[in-house]
Design a protein around this ligand. Structure first.
Ligand code: NDP
Ligand code: GUE
Length: 290
């Protein structure tokens, strides 16, 4: 069914991927093949699924794709050593440290070891700082917020002047960079988190709601201002009777009823994240230029 209210991230992502494939082919003429290294520690089943689909998509795009699956018991020094080796590897243009890392590893230190020019997640201090000061040009923007921002832009245009946005969640991966992107697009931005008082009334004021909470069906329909745009970042595996289901951070049916547009889970933000990772890797290869 073709429902205008449902924002198909899957479709938008496939358009992005077609671009990436074309540009990768053009880069091949200059002797450059984008290379993506994904580092995973331990065997978390959800991480394994994501890492596999990132690797498959990289192959599809015509990239060199390498996955490093380290033992769950790897120590800090071993992981840092691998990242440093990849920093110096001329075949690799993008390095992604799959999160979460096992407890006992200092994720922040590992992330900050990735050289900023290869930091295709955009988590390094340099890239996060560039985003925060609104520096355009050479910054790498985190994949999930970048994907959300594109979906918002496709519906509402690039200039969100006068619009009120609320981002629920303040992680360095999603919430914070998402708020920076909305601010850069001239929205008036509220950032909510677990210590926020009276969240429903804040959400009721918002024209744009981005939910990145990590709690299944957390945002309720009666919080939504009629006509609001809803971006559901959440990926939660829940049991539905006998079955397992994937649900977002938004109570979909009741929020759908109120919204002008909404992203589904699956098929919304998730595919955009992967497409943006490919775009960031291509761009890193182009900038590194070998
Ligand atoms: N689709 C995709 O591509 C991606 C999806 N995800 C999904 O997005 C969700 C968020 O991910 P991530 O940012 O990494 O998660 P984090 O757990 O790092 O952050 C969750 C945020 O939600 C806030 N929060 C928790 N409980 C409440 C509450 N009751 N009221 C208000 N705020 C609350 C937390 O507040 P506080 O800071 O105070 O603790 C925190 O800021 C998850 O479901 C994750 O699986 C993540 C990355 C990519
Ligand atoms: N360094 C790092 N960077 C990340 O970007 C990162 C990470 N670590 N750790 C985990 C989260 C989560 N994440 C997702 C990516 C794609 C889908 C995705 O494609 N989801 C499909 C469904 C897939 C399924 O069925 O599980 C969809 O929503 O349609 C979901 C989640 C990236 N993350």
């Amino acid at each position: 069914m073709n429902d205008d209210k449902i924002i198909s991230g899957k479709l938008a992502a496939s358009v992005l991927i077609e671009d990436v494939k074309r540009e990768t082919a053009a880069l091949a003429a200059r002797g450059i093949k984008p290379g993506l290294a994904v580092v995973m520690v331990g065997d978390d089943p959800a991480s394994t699924v994501y890492v596999t689909s990132k690797g498959r998509m990289a192959d599809d795009c015509g990239f060199l794709s390498r996955t490093y699956a380290l033992d769950a018991k790897s120590n800090q020094a071993e992981v840092i050593e691998l990242v440093k080796t990849l920093n110096d590897d001329d075949e690799i243009h993008g390095i992604l440290i799959q999160l979460p890392l096992p407890a006992g590893l200092d994720a922040e230190r590992v992330i900050q070891t990735v050289t900023p020019s290869k930091d295709v997640d955009g988590f390094s201090e340099i890239n996060a700082g560039r985003l925060a000061i609104g520096s355009t040009g050479s910054t790498i923007v985190p994949c999930t917020p970048a994907g959300c921002a594109l979906l918002i832009q496709q519906r509402l245009g690039a200039d969100l002047s006068g619009k009120r946005a609320i981002v629920i969640g303040r992680s360095n991966i999603v919430g914070k960079p998402m708020a920076q992107l909305l601010l850069a697009a001239n929205a008036t931005v509220t950032i909510a988190h677990s210590r926020t008082a009276d969240l429903p009334s804040l959400v009721r004021d918002a024209d744009i709601v981005v939910a990145a909470v990590g709690r299944p069906e957390f945002v309720k329909g009666d919080w939504i201002k009629p006509g609001a745009l809803i971006i559901d970042v959440g990926i939660n595996r829940v049991s539905r009777g006998e079955k397992k289901a994937l649900v977002g951070d938004v109570a979909y049916d009741e929020c759908y009823a109120k919204a002008s547009a909404i992203t589904p889970v699956p098929g919304g933000v998730g595919p955009m994240t992967i497409a943006m990772l490919m775009k960031n890797t291509l761009e890193a290869a182009r900038r590194i230029g070998r």
